[in-house]
Write a protein that binds this ligand. Structure first.
Ligand code: FES
Length: 121
């Protein structure tokens, strides 16, 4: 059901955990399954994301999606991060089964919320 890449990111998630002194936090709940995702961002004075981490009460696909999302986002500008789509996440993971696509949406929506939170400051 899952690609090797999904299994790797699920079993060894990158950048997992709460971040102390985050510059922005975004949290969303999935309408599809009720799971929750929280994203933390550390952003420098040039709007570059220097650190990112996540915490989720979600499934294997949600863990893998957010893990990959943190790798895609780190080092990028806020503008570049805003352009990351669920397709970028799914493609990087080598694809997600159709019933699990909403899990990658959870990662992009939480990122979007974190960016909004940063921009509102
Ligand atoms: Fe809820 Fe995947 S089933 S995030």
């Amino acid at each position: 059901m899952y690609t090797e890449k999904v299994m790797d990111h699920f079993q060894n998630p990158r950048n997992v955990g709460e971040m102390k002194n985050a510059d922005a936090v975004g949290e969303v709940g999935s309408i599809a399954c009720g799971d929750i995702m929280r994203i933390y961002l550390k952003v420098d004075e040039n709007d570059i994301i220097t650190d990112v981490s996540f915490k989720t009460f979600g499934c294997a696909a949600a863990v893998a999606s957010s893990s990959v999302m943190t790798e895609l986002v780190k080092g990028k500008s806020i503008d570049e991060a805003m352009r990351i789509t669920k397709k970028d996440i799914s493609d990087t993971l080598g694809g997600l089964p159709a019933p699990k696509v909403h899990c990658s949406i959870l990662a992009t929506e939480a990122l979007e919320e974190a960016i909004k939170n940063y921009q509102a400051k």
